[in-house]
Ligand binder design. Structure first.
Ligand SMILES: [Zn+2]
Length: 87
């Protein structure tokens, strides 16, 4: 029998235990009976593609070179409490 790992809890599904298989374009996944009972929907199974601005263009970060990806990691994010009318 192929080794199955639950997508949600990460536990190995033992032989004879019930599980729910999911087939997606991103691959095949399984959920153990307890996780399926808690949430029957498969979530967070595909990688999100992140876009950001680089040298004036909005491009996927995956396509950036190593130095630019590091530069993206070094960027600091912050939330502004000011609105356009606060000036
Ligand atoms: Zn599970």
């Amino acid at each position: 029998m192929q080794k199955h790992i639950c997508h949600d809890c990460g536990k190995e599904i033992t032989k004879g235990a019930k599980f729910m298989p999911y087939k997606t374009a991103a691959g095949s996944f399984v959920k153990c009976e307890a996780c399926h009972a808690a949430d029957p929907i498969l979530r967070n199974f595909q990688e999100a593609e992140v876009y950001s601005r680089i040298v004036g263009y909005i491009r996927p970060i995956k396509q950036w070179n190593k130095a630019k990806r590091q530069e993206f990691q070094d960027r600091m994010t912050f939330a502004s409490t000011m609105t356009a009318c606060d000036c």
